[in-house]
Design a protein around this ligand. Structure first.
Ligand SMILES: NC(=O)c1ccc[n+]([C@@H]2O[C@H](COP(=O)([O-])OP(=O)(O)OC[C@H]3O[C@@H](n4cnc5c(N)ncnc54)[C@H](O)[C@@H]3O)[C@@H](O)[C@H]2O)c1
Length: 335
């Protein structure tokens, strides 16, 4: 039987369109699917009726993030490390497996570099063998500590190749290079998203990134820790906006690299003030020195995403902080 969306084969050989017949679903592999972004993507795919294989080694992710789908006939969960090859029959590969917060990726930098290089190499090998399209979750960290502000995709970056962040920054740069070499050598279908700071429910409370740090400290009644004088800037994208951008990129024709982020730029001090206003304005701030190679400013140019994907973020920082704080309240047992 031909799998053709919306059409039914009649005995006479004629085709009759049956509007109510659902199109056949694709089989999606989400590496890092038990993580913060990956599990939000898994929800979107499952809710759309797709088949999903979630693959994770649970380094920073956890089963609880995908627990609602365990037992669903369209869902499979595999414990696997992407540094090892795997054989699967899939149509789409969303390659997100990699620790994203400095605290985690610096805890074993050699493993992080292996995950970025070998993990992407193994997934591209799989994609080219089975003819799947692969989307790489790359990062704004490929721009390093940028001399160009805000950052368009054409900017080639300013990364310290031997610093404490380079396992991640250079890891993602070689992962991007591998994608384009697989496309040029083997015709592999690739999509590359450069993701800027993203926040939202399912962030781990111990991940050490600024949004989770501030919220967790404020909920625990502790002073908020600022590194430097708090004048460094970041842009913060709500996770639902990011996932929408990733889905449009995967489904569209543009290869990327393409920036997916929220161009609203805030100083770290402004973020601290917004968190305090919502949780406890009485709490003090404490200041510590800036970590090595911490970028001073970060803001995406998203003209390409607007033009190619018809995408731009819908959720402001003010709107996104509410559900994020509610998530941490629940994780910390403060409800
Ligand atoms: N969240 C952000 O702000 C952000 C920004 C830029 C890029 N990204 C990228 O998006 C992706 C997802 O990030 P996230 O914020 O959800 O991080 P996360 O740490 O919550 O998720 C990463 C997932 O990958 C899994 N993983 C790590 N190493 C693995 C390995 N070797 N084999 C199999 N699984 C492994 C972890 O257990 C976790 O479930 C990452 O590739 C990250 O680099 C995220």
């Amino acid at each position: 039987m031909l799998r053709r969306p919306g059409w039914l084969v009649l005995g006479s050989g004629w085709w009759e369109k049956v509007e109510s017949m659902a199109p056949p679903s694709l089989r999606h592999l989400v590496t890092g699917g038990a993580g913060f972004v990956g599990s939000t993507l898994v929800d979107r795919l499952m809710e759309a009726g797709e088949e999903v294989i979630c693959l994770d080694n649970y380094f920073t992710g956890c089963k609880a993030n995908v627990a609602r789908w365990i037992g669903h006939p369209h869902f499979e969960l595999i414990r696997h490390d992407v540094t090892e090859p795997i054989r699967l029959e899939v149509d789409r590969i969303w390659h997100l497996a990699c620790p994203a917060s400095p605290r985690h990726y610096q805890s074993n930098p050699i493993k992080t570099a292996k995950t970025s290089f070998l993990g992407t190499y193994n997934m591209l090998g799989l994609a080219s063998r089975v003819g799947a399209r692969l989307l790489l979750a790359s990062t704004s960290e490929v721009y390093g500590d940028p001399e160009v502000h805000p950052q368009p995709e054409s900017y080639r970056g300013s990364v310290n190749p031997i610093g404490i962040r380079s396992c991640y920054d250079e890891g993602k740069r070689i992962a991007e290079a591998l994608c384009f070499d697989y496309m040029r050598m083997h015709g592999t279908e690739i999509r590359v998203a450069r993701i800027f700071n993203t926040y939202g429910p399912r962030m781990a409370p111990d991940d050490g990134r600024v949004v989770s740090n501030f919220i967790v400290q404020a909920l625990r009644g502790q002073p908020l820790t600022l590194y430097g004088d708090g004048s460094q800037t970041r842009s913060f994208c709500y996770v639902d906006d990011l996932v929408e951008g990733l889905i449009r990129l995967m489904n569209g024709n543009h290869t990327g690299p393409i920036n997916i982020g929220n161009p609203g730029e805030f100083t770290i001090l402004q973020l601290a003030e917004q968190v305090l206003q919502r949780i406890n304005p009485e709490l003090p701030l404490t200041y510590l020195p800036l970590p090595q190679d911490d970028p001073l400013q970060r803001q995406p140019v998203i003209d390409l995403a607007r033009a190619e994907l018809g995408w731009e973020p819908q959720v402001t920082l003010e709107q996104g902080l509410g559900p994020t704080i509610a998530h941490f309240r629940s994780v910390l047992g403060l409800e």
